[in-house]
Design a protein around this ligand. Structure first.
Ligand SMILES: [Zn+2]
Length: 280
């Protein structure tokens, strides 16, 4: 993964490499001498969340030796394994939706494959099952999944996730991406720092752009179903793990559904991890 520009805020948020921090939008007046409360904001990084179609075997008979061989020890929180990874960490905890609130979503399948909506619904239902979260389908939308859809101003209100097929002309999420890119997800989260060492944040919105120019089977290995499950893993707060056999791997593996590491990671951003309560 090449280096990417990080726009750092004055209030550095402990985070994985996948998170890019946007400028702070800040505070209203605070009581003199009291620690200042700050609003926190983060947006996932498009480069980090790129999902690649694997190269065809005939054109790539030998797996390139690109696996990292560095001896550098990467310090990760104990709850992170090689088989799953969180997109953003705040004080060592994964940034996630408040799983005690319903997550609303809308579809934009007008440019997708026939049967695409059924694939989306099944994938959402599966993610809801694994994370023990409630997802509410708000119907079809003409909104294109783009960064522009995401809120820029901190809010305590969740915005419906928009999942749809689009292309590099209509969505910045797919712009300048090679043909092998199948889908992109971008999330945004907001939180607060009470100035006394307590920081908490929650994901508030997400967009999933599926590349309509790719031709995949609806279901099975390396399908739209697998692709959507992968992207929904990003929506929930997962990043690409080191284990290339997990569905969350950066290159779509030869599997049709979530693997053990994926499920473990999803459990840790789901309802079993408790509610996320952000002070008003
Ligand atoms: Zn991905």
């Amino acid at each position: 993964m090449s280096s990417r520009a990080l726009r750092r805020t004055a209030l550095a948020v402990a985070t994985s490499a996948a998170a890019v921090l946007a400028p702070l939008a800040l505070p209203t007046a605070t009581v003199a001498a009291a620690p200042a409360a700050h609003t926190l904001m983060g947006m996932s990084d498009l480069e980090a969340d790129t999902l690649w179609m694997p190269p065809a075997p005939t054109t790539s008979p030998v797996q390139a030796a690109t696996a990292p061989t560095t001896t550098t020890t990467v310090r990760l929180p104990a709850l992170v394994s090689a088989s799953y990874k969180f997109s953003s960490l705040l004080d060592g905890q994964p940034v996630r939706w408040n799983p005690c609130q319903a997550i609303h979503w809308k579809s934009n399948v007008s440019r997708g494959p026939v049967g695409g909506l059924d694939v989306l619904k099944a994938a959402v239902a599966h993610i809801a099952y694994v994370t023990k979260t409630t997802w509410v389908y708000d119907g079809a939308t003409t909104t294109v999944p783009t960064t522009a859809y995401l809120p820029k101003v901190p809010s305590n209100i969740n915005r419906p996730v928009v999942i749809g097929w689009t292309d590099s002309t209509a969505s910045d999420l797919l712009r300048y991406k090679p043909a092998a890119v199948l889908g992109m997800t971008r999330t945004v989260w907001f939180g607060v720092d009470d100035g006394m060492g307590h920081r908490v944040a929650a994901t508030r919105a997400a967009v999933v752009a599926l590349d309509r120019t790719d031709r995949l089977p609806l279901r099975g290995v390396q399908s739209w179903s697998a692709t959507v499950l992968h992207e929904l893993g990003h929506v929930m707060g997962l990043d690409h793990p080191a284990d290339t056999h997990q569905l969350m791997a950066a290159t779509l593996p030869n599997v049709s559904s979530l693997q053990t590491g994926d499920n473990t990671g999803l459990t840790r951003v789901g309802r079993l991890a408790g509610c996320v309560n952000i002070p008003a």
